[in-house]
Design a binder for this molecule. Structure first.
Ligand code: PGA
Length: 309
């Protein structure tokens, strides 16, 4: 077994096709097939099987893929730790949920950079489930997102309030209305983030608490798309104030005065339970524990910080 074969196999799993894996790895199809065949021989298990004119990853292959990505991630982490210990490059790999990555992390990264100019920063942005997956497969050192899952595999420390509010276009018929029950919005079209996102989870909890049962909805895969759709009058949405402070300030979106909102949650820094943190990850955690972070975030939002509460 070589790391190259593991990488090849994971590309096949990701794309569900030998051809697409070869294109993404910039190698020939026969070399991808040979890599997978050699892994299968060594394991004595079929990882892929023919299906029509393509292939399908077998259940055994799916099982193996989870471990393969952990092996590669752990190797990568070991290499980074060794380089850091030897006084070579220190790198901090982060995975942030969309809302935090797009709307909150810049002032925090700036502060970190000021304190630790020698640490190379790498941050991926995805949804909450993606952050959990990256942590569990050792692809990243720390995650930023909503609360950790209940299964105990990932721990999290809260570092900042995250308030979610219902917003709509300024032309919405309830814009400017006094406090009203959420049930009044049960016939509205709700603009929902994709499954796996923390915002979607929060919205589903809000529906359950507010007795909003199966409202009309539209699923949009990013906060940007949700905000545009809301300001175009396509529907209403529950979203973090960090994501909409600028739009609330400029007036392209308005907050609806819905009872039970803002929903107050916390931003967490997330990590694998029982992780022994690298010095740069420890420095990042220390930064988030310090009061400076909150002040820096407030300063970053400038005049629109009034819309965060
Ligand atoms: P999201 O995460 O950007 O994936 O919706 C937000 C959260 O975790 O609260």
């Amino acid at each position: 077994m070589t790391f190259g074969q593991l990488k090849t196999f994971l590309e096949v799993v990701r794309h569900g096709s030998i051809r697409a894996a070869a294109a993404s790895l910039l190698v020939t199809e026969p070399s991808v097939s040979a890599g997978v065949a050699s892994l299968q021989r060594e394991l004595g298990v079929a990882l892929v099987e023919r299906q029509g004119r393509g292939i399908r990853v077998t259940p055994a292959g799916q099982e193996f893929a989870g471990y393969a990505s952990q092996i590669l991630g752990l190797y990568d982490k070991a290499a980074r730790r060794a380089r850091e210990k030897a006084g070579q490059t220190a790198e901090l790999r982060l995975s942030a949920v969309t809302t935090a990555g797009e709307s909150l992390m810049a002032p925090i990264l700036k502060l970190f950079r000021q304190g630790e100019p020698g640490v190379e920063l790498w941050m991926e942005v995805g949804n909450l489930q993606g952050v959990f997956d990256s942590l569990l497969s050792y692809q990243v050192d720390l995650g930023i997102g909503g609360r950790p899952p209940d299964n105990g595999e990932i721990a999290g420390d809260p570092f900042l309030d995250n308030r979610l509010v219902v917003v709509a276009s300024p032309e919405h018929h309830l814009a400017g209305a006094g406090p009203f029950e959420a049930a009044l919005l049960s016939k509205e079209t709700w603009l929902l983030r994709e499954g796996g996102s923390g915002t979607r989870n929060n919205t589903e909890e809000f529906f359950a608490e507010s007795n909003i049962d199966a409202p009309p909805f539209m699923t949009l895969g990013s906060n940007g798309a949700v905000k545009q759709a809301a300001s175009a009058g396509l529907g209403v949405t529950l979203i973090s104030t960090h994501a909409v402070a600028a739009e609330l300030e400029s007036g392209t979106l308005v907050r609806l005065d819905v009872a039970g909102t803002p929903l107050v949650r916390s931003w967490h820094v997330l990590y694998r339970s029982q992780t022994d943190h690298s010095p740069s990850a420890e420095a990042f955690l220390e930064l988030l524990r310090s009061l400076n972070t909150r002040e820096a975030v407030d300063r970053w939002f400038g005049a629109s910080r009034q819309f965060l509460s």
